[in-house]
Ligand binder design. Structure first.
Ligand code: PLP
Ligand code: LYS
Length: 420
């Protein structure tokens, strides 16, 4: 058990979020419901800070993992920087009180208006993904009379040993610039009048449970840093992206965040380079659960289905990546027997499941908690089947607060206009 997982514990026969019974939260706020633990989020962020120690650098939380303003606010107060991929994420960071000078801007498709706003508020660095983007940024910065700090995202071509959909550092992925091409692109960048070359970055994938792929990629990139220095292009930082995984199921070992950061930082020791990290999942995944209620139990032949009030529109990871997510009974029964249930949602798709063949002792109306749901949960929720997206609640100790109210059908309908 890790620190983050002990946040959701059984006490007096029922599952709690910190000091509050999840069943009370379900009664108070309804289901489906995302519940986050502020303490767990802060603890994970602190582990990154401690790992970095006095090595100069920045921990830029990847907003895409969970962009709720309360999450961003808690992290901003602890000194986090932020990794953003859109204007929307930038505005969220600013609204939450985040410091723009600690923002790095990733993403393959940055638009001119996004660049303008980011330059206007003075972000730390643009992580450039193509030569076209470099040209566009030089042009936009020039029009504004500014100079943009950039790093180039290189593709170190290492195998991150993760799911192909969330592996990003291979040649066949759309991200970054091939590392062999990088010296030429750097020389070009250094010649542009409205560009200041400050760093290099990579991001090799997500849900990576070992530090070796990061260390390999760092070494490949440091060889590039040295080559550039020989050509008079001196970088100030190396940004190793995000990607450290969490333990979703038994048999997986939760990575030690502090040891991982220390291991990578050790590779930079000989050189005077800042270390930037962009962790998303490892900060929030185990700090959240999705609460859902059993609507019906049903047998098709001898196949047992528990039909839940949450589906793939609320939590898409199992459907999209065949991700395995742990599901726990909020108040396990003392009587009755276990069966192997497919836990399915209300959506009209065969792929609408949260888990398959889970041995649980279920009755209608039971509450279930989908564990490790704090990352890539609500942010990937949709209105498919015109369902309202769930509410989000933040727990701290024995207090809970709605940090995003449940959508209503009115919210959905007022976004549209009718043809007359
Ligand atoms: C550029 C970049 N940085 C950071 C992240 C965050 O990754 P993770 O949530 O796996 O830490 C991602 C997403 O994979 C990303 O694409
Ligand atoms: N959304 C994915 C990870 C993608 C990370 C973003 N590049 C997940 O739930 O595992």
């Amino acid at each position: 058990m890790t620190d983050a997982q002990t946040t959701f514990e059984y006490r007096q026969g029922q599952l709690h979020a910190e000091d509050l019974p999840l069943a009370d939260l379900a009664r108070q706020y309804g289901t489906p419901l995302y519940v986050y633990s502020q303490t767990a989020i802060e603890r994970q962020f602190d582990a990154y800070k401690e790992g970095l120690g006095d090595h100069p650098g920045l921990i830029c939380y990847a907003v895409k993992a969970n962009s709720n303003l309360a999450v961003l606010d808690a992290l901003a107060r602890r000194g986090a920087g932020f990794d953003i991929v859109s204007l929307g994420e930038l505005e969220r960071v600013l609204a939450a009180g985040g410091d723009p000078a600690k923002v790095v801007f990733s993403g393959v498709a940055k638009q001119a208006d996004e660049m303008r706003r980011a330059l206007d508020v003075g972000i730390h660095c643009f992580n450039i993904e193509s030569e076209g983007e470099l040209e566009r940024l030089n042009q936009v910065a020039g029009e504004m009379g500014r100079v943009a700090n950039i790093s180039i995202r290189v593709n170190p071509d290492v195998d991150a040993q993760t799911h192909p959909y969330i592996s990003t550092g291979l040649k066949q992925n759309k991200f970054g610039i091939a590392i062999e091409e990088a010296p030429r692109v750097y020389r070009h960048a250094a010649s542009l009048p409205h560009i200041a070359v400050v760093g290099v970055d990579f991001h090799i994938g997500s849900q990576i449970l070992k530090s070796e792929p990061f260390e390999d990629a760092t070494d490949r990139v440091l060889a590039l840093v040295d080559e550039l220095a020989d050509q008079g292009i001196r970088l100030k930082h190396v940004d190793i992206g995000g990607g450290l995984g969490v333990r979703y199921q038994e048999g997986e070992v939760e990575p030690d965040v502090r040891a991982y950061v220390r291991a990578v930082a050790a590779h930079l020791k000989q050189r005077n380079l800042e270390l930037i990290l962009e962790p998303g999942r490892s900060i929030v995944a185990n700090a959240g659960v999705l609460l859902t209620r059993v609507e019906y139990l049903k047998y098709n032949g001898d196949h047992a289905f528990a039909i839940l009030d949450a589906g793939m529109n609320d939590q898409i990871r199992p459907a999209l990546y065949q991700a395995w997510m742990d599901v726990q009974a909020v108040r396990p029964h003392e009587d009755g027997t276990e069966a192997a249930w497919d836990l399915v949602g209300p959506i009209c798709e065969t792929g609408d499941f949260l888990a398959k063949e889970r041995r649980l002792n279920l009755k209608p109306d039971d509450l279930l908690a989908v564990m490790s749901a704090g990352a890539y949960g609500f942010v990937m929720a949709s209105n498919y089947n015109s369902r309202n997206r769930p509410a989000e609640v933040m727990v701290a100790g024995n207090r809970s607060q709605v940090v995003r109210r449940r959508e209503t059908l009115d919210d959905q309908i007022t976004l549209e206009s009718r043809l007359s």
